[in-house]
Design a protein around this ligand. Structure first.
Ligand code: GLA
Length: 345
């Protein structure tokens, strides 16, 4: 008997390090969150989309995925999510991937996860019109619990990297600043265009391929700063993987903080509330902290020893109040599982 209803769940992500490297042909290291989006699709006589989400334009993500998969029959699609929207935690990818997983199962399309990932990226790039790089969809579809996922966009490889700070008495804290970031507002596309211009100037396909000499040889100014972020961030990713592998958490933390500084000063995608989280967390004893995701608002992460966790959280809340910002939302997170079909009936 053909199935008539399928429910699938896809998680959001935080990127531990390697920001704005995916579309530059570099490496990044996200984990999947235990927060995600659940989509139920059923066969229907007329198309109907419903959602508990408050995101304007959310239907374009759904119809974009359906179009990318070449699905034409009418479906009833119902979406619910415990992942905050616009928080830089890849709610768009979670929505796309949950729809793709559910539809593939319902209609027996038999697409591989790789193909579903490509369809989701196409939905976002071509139907929604945001030139994102693919990290979020890969993290949502391919993550394993207890592991970060090393994504290398030079050769499209994906390597799980054991990531369990809890075993060392540390917590990974996510702070949603409440400043809604919208990648559709053009600043993200402008950064990508800067990188493409810098790569063109160097005569290479992707900026992450540039040698240190080439980066140094770029004229100063904006493009030079963008390129410097890409090159230095790439080195930090590799050093971070080594540090985590050796349980050298002090070094891992320092690399996260270095990433933040580079994103703030060279890539210019941070935001006052993100800087406030990072400064406060470090002041109160975090080993490292950084903005995560596209930037211009959204979330920051901090690697925090268990003994100072309550104080770090309380201090971040107080700092927001003292600076006249709305209260942030804090999550203690672990590396969680990737997308899955939950039910097919
Ligand atoms: C957003 C995009 C990703 C990636 C990050 C920055 O999350 O969707 O593709 O470029 O920004 O690292």
């Amino acid at each position: 008997m053909p199935v008539s209803t399928v429910t699938a769940r896809a998680p959001g992500r935080v990127n531990l390090i390697g920001e704005h490297l995916d579309y530059n042909g570099g490496r990044c290291l996200p984990i999947a969150l235990d927060l995600g989006t659940i989509t139920t699709v059923s066969r229907s006589t007329e198309a109907k989309l419903s959602s508990t989400e408050a995101r304007p334009g959310w239907t374009a993500y759904v119809t974009g995925v359906l179009a990318s998969l070449g699905v034409e029959e009418p479906l009833h699609v119902e979406v619910t999510s415990d992942l905050p929207i616009g928080a830089g935690l890849a709610s768009s990818a979670a929505l796309e991937c949950s729809v793709a997983m559910a539809v593939d199962e319902l209609l027996g399309l038999g697409r591989s996860r790789e193909e579903l990932m490509r369809a989701c990226i196409r939905a976002e790039n071509e139907y929604v019109g945001v030139p994102t790089g693919g990290m979020d969809q890969a993290a949502s579809l391919f993550s394993d619990p207890g592991h970060a996922l090393l994504l290398d966009f030079a050769d499209d490889s994906r390597t799980p990297v054991a990531f369990d700070p809890g075993a060392a008495g540390l917590a990974l804290l996510v702070v949603d600043t409440g400043v809604s970031h919208a990648l559709t507002d053009g600043a993200y596309a402008a950064r990508r265009a800067d990188c493409e211009a810098a790569a063109r100037a160097l005569g290479i396909p992707h900026l992450a391929r540039a040698s240190p000499e080439q980066i140094r040889g770029l004229p100063g100014g904006r493009l030079g700063r963008r390129a410097r972020h890409v090159a230095s961030e790439q080195q930090r990713v590799d050093a971070f993987v080594t540090a985590v592998g050796g349980a050298d958490w002090d070094v891992a933390g320092a690399l996260m903080t270095g990433s933040h500084t580079s994103l703030r000063d060279d890539y210019e995608v941070s935001y006052p509330e993100l800087d406030l989280v990072v400064e406060t967390a470090l002041e109160r004893g975090a080993l490292g902290a950084r903005m995560t995701g596209g930037g211009f608002g959204g979330s920051a992460i901090a690697l925090v020893p268990g003994g100072v966790l309550d104080d770090v959280e309380g201090s971040i809340r107080s700092a927001f109040t003292a600076n006249g910002h709305d209260a942030p939302t804090l999550y203690r997170v672990e590396a969680s599982r990737g997308a899955a079909v939950l039910r097919a009936t």
